[in-house]
Design a protein around this ligand. Structure first.
Ligand code: DDH
Length: 291
């Protein structure tokens, strides 16, 4: 706190670790969803980064343009105001951090604290202007197929293997009818990152849910889990299926590839010279600091 008062305050890794620790204290909430804000924080970090277009070098996490109504109002961002508002408490205490750094660091914190792999992360994003906000339609549409996935993720610079690895984030969280129209969680442990998403894709029998909402699949056995049409493509498309199978069989492989892809995702749109260090940091989990 003393350092904060200085005008030329240059935060160190330890200062960002303090931000991580503060975010970690906000994750658990008995009265919210499955008991954690972790999943919605991961989704905020992803939606703030996944707008990147490698050809025009626009979008991505650099400018935190979801702060502006023109981007916050995109249908895909419904409900993410909950995550942004939660993080305001952190911003108030650590006012030197940029929103892009705050949101991506929150994604890193949530993944690591929900038993996921370490996500190498660098600081250096800067707050942009409303004019930097991205047009609607850059994030994936859950009703589409493999061509769409390759087009959307290819625009960000990701290949088939990375598309499949990133999709494993759906081990976390759930769909909310009032946000996306879809309903339900993908796995039985939506606040713990595992490779269960891939295992369930292969091990369960999936059938179209009979309801008035958008087309989604349900597991035949319990009817309590869901898959989006875009999730199911991972087992129907031959190339995607190869990677999905490998991740279903090997959680360490999933964690390794997920970590690399998410780390890159969260840096999309940030010019290299902006990062405060050439080497990414590995932030410590709360458990590690208690040892
Ligand atoms: Fe996702 N996602 N996502 N997703 N996503 C939803 C929820 C969550 C798609 C659609 C939806 C990724 C990829 C895709 C998370 C992380 C990631 C919901 C439900 C929809 C719809 C929203 C709601 O109703 O609240 C589609 C389509 C794709 C795709 O085409 C691949 C990726 C790459 C990630 C990531 O983080 C790397 C998380 C976490 C959630 C749960 C949010 C919550 O509140 O719970």
């Amino acid at each position: 706190q003393a350092a904060k008062a200085k005008t030329n305050f240059v935060p160190t890794k330890e200062d960002y670790q303090k931000v991580y620790n503060k975010i970690a204290t906000l994750l658990d909430a008995d009265d919210y969803d499955d008991g954690s804000y972790g999943p919605v924080l991961v989704r905020l970090a992803w939606h703030s980064s996944g707008t990147y277009d490698k050809d025009t070098k626009t979008g991505g996490s650099n400018y935190a343009t979801m702060r502006f109504e023109s981007e916050a109002s995109h249908g895909a961002n419904n409900g993410l105001n909950i995550a942004r508002n939660l993080l305001e408490q952190v911003k108030n205490e650590f006012d030197w951090i940029s929103y892009g750094d705050l949101w991506t660091l929150a994604g890193v914190t949530a993944i690591q604290e929900m038993a996921g792999p370490k996500i190498p992360w660098r600081a250096g994003r800067i707050d942009g202007q409303a004019a930097d906000a991205t047009p609607d339609g850059r994030l994936p549409d859950a009703t589409q197929g493999s061509d769409h996935l390759r087009k959307i993720f290819g625009r960000m610079g990701f290949n088939d293997q990375e598309i499949v690895a990133l999709s494993g984030a759906h081990a976390l969280g759930r769909c909310h009818p009032d946000r996306s129209g879809f309903t339900g969680p993908w796995t039985f442990s939506p606040t713990t990152l595992t490779n269960a998403y891939y295992q369930l894709l292969f091990d369960e029998t999936w059938q179209w849910k009979k309801w008035n909402g958008p087309k989604q699949l349900e597991d035949k056995k319990t009817k309590s889990l869901m898959m989006l049409p875009t999730d199911y493509v991972l087992v129907t498309d031959k190339s995607f299926k190869k990677y999905a199978k490998a991740y279903a069989q090997d959680q360490d492989l999933f964690f390794k590839d997920f970590s690399a892809a998410v780390s890159r995702l969260f840096e999309l749109g940030v010019p290299t010279q902006q990062f405060v260090t050439p080497e990414p940091w590995i932030m410590k989990s709360v458990d590690e600091q208690e040892e």
